[in-house]
Design a binder for this molecule. Structure first.
Ligand SMILES: *Cc1c(COP(=O)(O)O)cnc(C)c1O
Length: 463
């Protein structure tokens, strides 16, 4: 069989049609289906078949088997009633664009090799800086997620503060240098610790935070003063995963500047507050930092995987991530590859461009405001349940609640998951077992929230 044209073309078209049909079936099932998966890993392994086939199969049959065997073991992450972790759905234009990304199969390393990708990355990057209120000449790298975006930004920061101390990390490494002090709020996301581990910087020094998780600016200033003149990075947060709280940026960034520190902001989902006139005040002062990490696969609702590393000084990012690795190269534009840790990679900016082009400025603001409105509806609904209490100030998209003591909260959580109407995760916040609700999906409706609240009420009645 000539796989290039004739039979191969037909087989490919048949496989794509299979995938299209199954994708539409899956999406159509979301409004009615239980959110948790129905089948176990073992059951899916049996359905897929663990044995490597001796020979080829028709692509359409393979796609059909995959879709049919996997359906029971899929969690409805893109459902409007999934409120675990911080999980966005898939905005329609971005989902469709993502199919094209796979069909086009561009390797998005260099401007000259995929001019269309470079154009989409330039445009999407500029739009993001505008929407997020960040300095317009910052460099924007498209990573797999916020963990790698934090890593990328902190690598730029590490190398920059050491360069100011006369150390060339790219050439000489970290050994023998003065080391880097990293200060972070007590309630930073664990992705920061992971990124610091990749960077050889060890655990951060923790600065006290208030009951909502906001770093204490007075304590930060004191800690900075106690450190002498060592190269220093301060990590701030836009959006605490439990409370949704934002650090007080103006005061903390002033303190960090006075200490000549690099300031990085982890804003995986919270940075998007800046795109809404109603919530932008939460990020006031944030644009004075040196670098910012955020996700497009959370609040913006593009498919996995897509994070954004933004660095004010394009040379600092290029020095850390550029293939040629030399900050003296005077062409700040560089290639897409010079802003991220990977070489070969898929065209992530195409999906970001599609989401932003589809939503427009007002659509992004509406999206953020809608998520926040639903979070407030959850808080109001839960506050009305006997024995329940909302533990955080609901300033953004996150709600934490308890239903009496830890045991009862655990029982309520287990019953909500058994019920299956919604997916809501538990957590431990400041030593207490909590129900944690994150509203991050563009498609969540008022009715979804009502149905989820009814499920919580049912769980409480039997717990
Ligand atoms: C989700 C999240 C991260 C990690 O992002 P990934 O995209 O999962 O790598 C980091 N920080 C915060 C505040 C987050 O919410």
């Amino acid at each position: 069989m000539d796989a290039g044209r004739d039979g191969g073309t037909d087989a490919r078209e048949a496989a794509l049609r299979q995938a299209y049909g199954h994708a539409l079936d899956w999406l159509a099932s979301l409004s009615g289906r239980r959110v948790p998966a129905r089948a176990s890993v073992e059951e899916i392994v049996r359905a897929l078949g663990a044995e490597l086939p001796a020979g080829p199969s028709t692509p359409a049959d393979v796609v059909d088997l995959l879709a049919t065997a996997c359906e029971p073991g899929l969690t409805a992450f893109p459902s409007g009633r999934f409120y675990g972790f911080v999980v966005g759905g898939t905005e329609p234009a971005a989902l469709a664009a993502d199919w094209l990304v796979s069909a086009w199969d561009q390797n998005c390393v260099m401007r000259a090799v995929s001019p269309s990708y470079a154009a989409a990355e330039d445009i999407a990057g500029a739009w993001l800086l505008d929407l997020l209120g960040l300095p317009g000449d910052s460099a924007v790298g498209f990573t797999t997620g916020a963990t790698m975006a934090n890593f990328t930004c902190l690598a730029a920061g590490r190398d920059a503060v050491l360069r100011r101390a006369g150390v060339n990390v790219a050439r000489d490494g970290l050994a023998g240098g003065p080391g880097v002090r990293v200060l972070a709020g007590r309630d930073r996301h664990m992705a920061i610790d992971l990124a610091l581990r990749y960077l050889g910087l060890g655990e951060p020094e923790l600065v006290p935070a208030d009951d909502q998780g906001r770093i204490d600016p007075v304590a930060l200033r004191r800690a900075l003063a106690a450190g002498g003149h060592r190269p220093t990075i301060v990590v701030l947060q836009a959006g605490d995963i439990h409370s949704g709280a934002f650090d007080p940026f103006a005061e903390t960034i002033r303190a960090a500047r006075d200490a000549d520190a690099w300031v990085h902001v982890d804003g995986a989902f919270g940075l998007w507050a800046a795109a809404s006139p109603a919530y932008a005040h939460l990020t006031a002062g944030c644009a004075e930092a040196d670098s910012w990490a955020t996700d497009a696969h959370k609040t913006l609702n593009v498919p996995y995987d897509c994070g954004l590393a933004v660095v004010r000084d394009p040379f600092a990012l290029r020095a850390a991530m550029g293939l040629r690795g030399d900050y003296l190269i005077q062409d700040a534009q560089g290639d897409p590859v010079d802003k991220v840790p990977e070489l070969s990679r898929r065209g992530r900016a195409f999906t970001v461009w599609a989401a932003l082009r589809s939503l427009g400025r007002s659509g992004v603001a509406d999206l953020v405001e809608r998520l926040c409105r639903h979070a407030r509806a959850f808080a109001a609904g839960i506050a009305g349940i006997e024995g329940a209490s909302v533990l955080n100030d609901v300033v953004f998209t996150q709600v934490c609640a308890a239903f009496g003591d830890d045991e009862r909260t655990g029982r309520v959580l287990a019953r909500v998951l058994d019920d299956g109407t919604a997916w809501i995760s538990g957590s431990t916040w400041h030593g207490r077992r909590v129900m944690r609700i994150s509203v991050s999906n563009w498609s969540t409706t008022d009715e979804d929230v009502t149905r989820a609240l009814d499920a919580i009420r049912r769980a409480c009645a039997s717990a």
